[in-house]
Design a protein around this ligand. Structure first.
Ligand SMILES: Nc1ncnc2c1ncn2[C@@H]1O[C@H](COP(=O)(O)OP(=O)(O)OP(=O)(O)O)[C@@H](O)[C@H]1O
Length: 601
C-alpha cells in the first residue's frame, strides 16, 4: 500500500497532461457538489426559521437558493459520474493500456512471456486500465466525500456539540465494510489456483488442438469432473467469505441508523425545550439524510479503491519487473562482428528457468566453428531449445559465458545481434496475413521485394505450395480472418521461408524446423539449407544450428552436439560419433532399426 499514493499521483499527472479539460471539469464538479451540500442545508434552515417567524419575504429569499442548491446537487451528481467515466476511460484506453503493451514488448528476451507469475499479472492488468485509473478518481471522490462529512460535522456541531458523536458513528459502517472486503479479497487469493485450474480445464474442453485426443481417449467426463471439483472448492470458500462480509455490513449500518435516530430525537427534544429552532431540526434532518448518502459514497469509494488492489498490485509488480530488467541492460560496448572468424564458444554455460527446480543446461562448453552446420540432438527435455534460446539472447546464462569471436554475447546489443541472426523457433507463429506479408516479416526491409520473397519460399520448398493457393502470394492465410487454412507442415514451411529472408545471417537457428514435415521433404529441405548455409558460411563465417530428433536428417552436419539432462555428453562429426559407439551411436542405431522394422514388418 505504501506505493499506492505514488502511483495515484503519477496517474493524476498523466490525466492532467493528456486530458486537461476533462480533468479540470471533473475536479470542478466534485468541489461544487461539496459547496452545494452545505449551501442547501443552510439556506433551508434560514427559510424555515423565517417562515416560523412570519417573515414571508426573507423566507422566499432563502428558499430560492435552497431549491437551486438542491437542484444543483442532483445535476452535479450526474455530471460527476459522466466526467469521471469519460476521463477514466480515455486515460485508461488511450494511455495506460497501450503503455502496458509497449512495456511488455520493450522488455529484452522472452523470459517474462514464459513465466506464469508474469503472465498472471499481465492478464489482470491488460484490460484493467479502467479500474486502475478509476482507483485514482475514487481517491479524489473519497477526499471530496470526507470534505462533505466535515461540512456536515460543522453544521451539526453548530446545533449541538453532542451531535458530533453522531458523525463518529458514521465511521462504523465504513470500518465494517472494509473488514468485509478484506475477507472477500483473502478468499479470492486463497482460491485463485482453483479458479485458474477451472478456467484452464474449461478452455481445454473447447480447444481444437486437444479435442482429438480427448475424444479418442474418452477423457471428457474425467476432465469435466476435475473442473467441477475445482469450481466447487473455489465457490465454497468464496460463499463463506461473502456471508461473513454481508453480516459485517449489516451490523455496521444498524449502528449508524440507530445513531441517526438518536440524533434526530435529541434535536427534536432541544427544539421542544427552546434550545434549538425549527430550522435547526430541519437542518439536522437534511444533513443527517445526506450524511447517510455521503457515508455510502465514502465507503463505496474506499472499498473500490482497496478492491482495485487486484489490479494495482500486479501493475506495480510489472513496473518493478520492467525497472529491474532495464536496470541490468546489456553492458554494451562490444560490436557485433561483420563476419565470424573463430565462431561461437560456450564456456561452462549453466541455466535454470525461473520457478524450475532443475537446471535446463549445466556446464556446457563447446565451440560452434565459424561457417559450420551444427546439429543439436538429444532426448525430450535435454536442453536443446534452451541452448538455442541462449544463443539468440532470449535468455541469459546464470553462469558461464557465450563468446562470439571472443566477444561476450551479453555485451552485444540484443537488437543488433538479432538483426544479424535468423531463426525458425520450435513454436513458430501462424501470421494471419497474406503469404507475401507473412514471409516478408522475416526481414522488414525486404517486405516489398517480391523476388526475395519468392526465393525464400523456394529455399523452404514452399514454392509449389504457394502456386497451388488461389491467389498465390496474395492469398490471405488463417481461419480467423476467413483466409486459407494450412496444414501444420505447410505453416512450418512458411516459417522456414520467413527465416530465409535474411540472406547471410551470422547465426541461423532451426529448432525442429521440419518436425511436421514428411521425412523425404525434410531431407530435401535440410540438404538444401545445409548447402546454402555452407556457401554463405564461407563468406561470413555464419553458423547454422539445427535441432532435430531425426538423426538421419542431420547426419550431414559438420558437428553434432549430443545433450542429455542439460549436459553436453558428446560432440563430433556424425561418422566419428557412430564409430565411438556412445549415446549418439545407440540413438542412431535405435532410429535406424525402428525405420527398418517399419519398412519390413
Ligand atoms: N519456460 C520454461 N519454464 C520452466 N522450465 C522449462 C521451460 N522451458 C523448458 N523448461 C525445462 O527445461 C528443460 C529443457 O527444456 P528444453 O525445451 O530446452 O528441452 P528440449 O531438449 O528442447 O526438449 P524437446 O525435444 O522436447 O523440445 C526441461 O526440463 C524443461 O522442462
Amino acid at each position: 500500500m505504501r506505493r499506492y499514493p505514488g502511483l495515484w499521483w503519477s496517474l493524476f499527472r498523466l490525466s492532467w497532461s493528456t486530458h486537461r479539460w476533462l480533468t479540470v471539469s471533473t475536479l470542478s464538479v466534485l468541489l461544487l457538489s461539496v459547496v452545494a451540500t452545505g449551501a442547501c442545508a443552510l439556506a433551508l434552515r434560514a427559510a424555515v426559521n423565517a417562515m416560523v417567524a412570519g417573515e414571508g419575504f426573507a423566507a422566499v429569499t432563502a428558499a430560492v437558493p435552497a431549491v437551486a442548491a438542491y437542484a444543483a446537487l442532483h445535476v452535479l451528481q450526474d455530471a460527476t459520474a459522466t466526467c469521471r467515466n469519460a476521463v477514466t476511460n480515455r486515460v485508461a484506453r488511450l494511455e495506460v493500456e497501450p503503455g502496458v503493451h509497449r512495456e511488455v514488448a520493450a522488455l529484452p528476451g522472452i523470459e517474462h512471456l514464459e513465466r506464469t507469475d508474469y503472465l498472471d499479472r499481465l492478464k489482470a492488468v491488460r484490460d484493467g486500465g479502467t479500474q486502475l485509473v478509476g482507483s485514482m478518481w475514487r481517491v479524489v471522490l473519497t477526499f471530496t466525500s470526507v470534505m462533505k462529512l466535515l461540512v456536515a460535522a460543522g453544521l451539526l456541531g453548530s446545533i449541538s456539540p453532542c451531535l458530533l458523536a453522531f458523525v463518529t458513528a458514521a465511521a462504523v459502517p465504513a470500518v465494517c465494510q472494509l473488514k468485509g472486503q478484506r475477507l472477500l479479497n483473502d478468499s479470492q487469493v486463497a482460491t485463485m489456483e482453483a479458479v485458474r485450474l477451472e478456467a484452464s480445464l474449461a478452455e481445454l474442453a473447447v480447444d481444437a488442438g486437444a479435442a482429438p485426443q480427448i475424444r479418442v481417449s474418452g477423457a471428457a467426463p474425467g476432465l469435466g469432473a476435475r473442473r467441477e471439483a475445482a469450481w466447487a472448492e473455489a465457490h465454497r470458500v468464496r460463499l463463506r467469505a461473502r456471508l461473513a462480509a454481508s453480516a459485517l455490513r449489516l451490523g455496521g449500518w444498524t449502528v449508524f441508523l440507530a445513531a441517526l435516530l438518536a440524533g434526530i430525537v435529541l434535536v427534536v427534544g432541544r427544539s421542544a425545550s427552546g434550545e434549538a429552532s425549527v430550522g435547526d431540526v430541519v437542518l439536522a434532518v437534511t444533513v443527517a439524510t445526506s450524511l447517510g448518502q455521503t457515508v455510502q459514497v465514502t465507503v463505496n469509494s474506499t472499498v473500490a479503491t482497496t478492491t482495485a488492489g487486484s489490479v494495482i498490485e500486479p501493475y506495480l509488480w510489472l513496473r518493478r519487473y520492467g525497472e529491474r530488467a532495464r536496470e541490468c541492460p546489456p553492458a554494451g560496448g562490444a560490436e557485433v562482428p561483420e563476419a565470424l572468424r573463430e565462431g561461437i564458444r560456450l564456456q561452462g554455460v549453466t541455466f535454470r528457468y525461473g520457478g524450475s527446480d532443475h537446471e535446463a543446461l549445466h556446464g556446457v562448453s563447446c565451440l560452434l566453428p565459424a561457417g559450420a552446420v551444427v546439429a543439436v540432438v538429444g532426448e525430450n527435455g535435454s536442453g536443446k531449445s534452451t541452448l538455442v534460446k541462449l544463443l539468440t539472447m532470449l535468455y541469459r546464462p546464470d553462469s558461464g559465458t557465450v563468446l562470439v569471436d571472443g566477444r561476450p554475447l551479453d555485451r552485444l546489443d540484443p537488437e543488433e545481434w538479432r538483426a544479424r541472426i535468423s531463426a525458425v523457433p520450435q513454436q513458430f507463429g501462424r501470421y494471419p496475413l497474406t503469404v507475401s506479408e507473412s514471409v516478408g516479416m522475416g526481414d522488414l526491409a525486404g517486405m516489398a521485394d517480391r523476388e526475395r520473397i519468392t526465393e525464400s519460399l523456394r529455399a523452404a520448398n514452399a514454392d509449389e505450395l504457394v502456386d497451388s493457393l488461389p491467389e498465390g502470394l496474395e492469398t490471405r492465410l488463417g481461419r480467423e480472418l476467413s483466409g486459407v487454412e494450412l496444414s501444420e507442415g505447410q505453416w512450418q514451411r512458411l516459417a522456414m521461408a520467413r527465416a530465409a529472408m535474411r540472406r547471410s545471417p551470422l547465426l541461423l537457428v532451426l529448432d525442429e524446423p521440419t518436425a511436421s514435415i514428411d521425412a523425404v521433404t525434410e531431407r530435401a529441405i535440410l540438404d538444401r539449407r545445409m548447402t546454402h548455409a555452407r556457401a554463405a558460411g564461407r563468406d561470413t563465417g555464419g553458423i547454422t544450428v539445427v535441432v532435430s530428433h531425426r538423426l538421419s536428417a542431420v547426419s550431414r552436419a559438420d558437428l553434432v552436439l549430443v545433450l542429455a539432462h542439460g549436459r553436453l555428453v558428446e560432440a563430433g562429426p556424425h561418422a566419428e560419433l557412430v564409430d565411438r559407439g556412445g549415446p549418439y551411436a545407440r540413438m542412431y542405431a535405435a532410429q535406424a532399426n525402428a525405420y527398418r522394422d517399419e519398412r519390413c514388418p
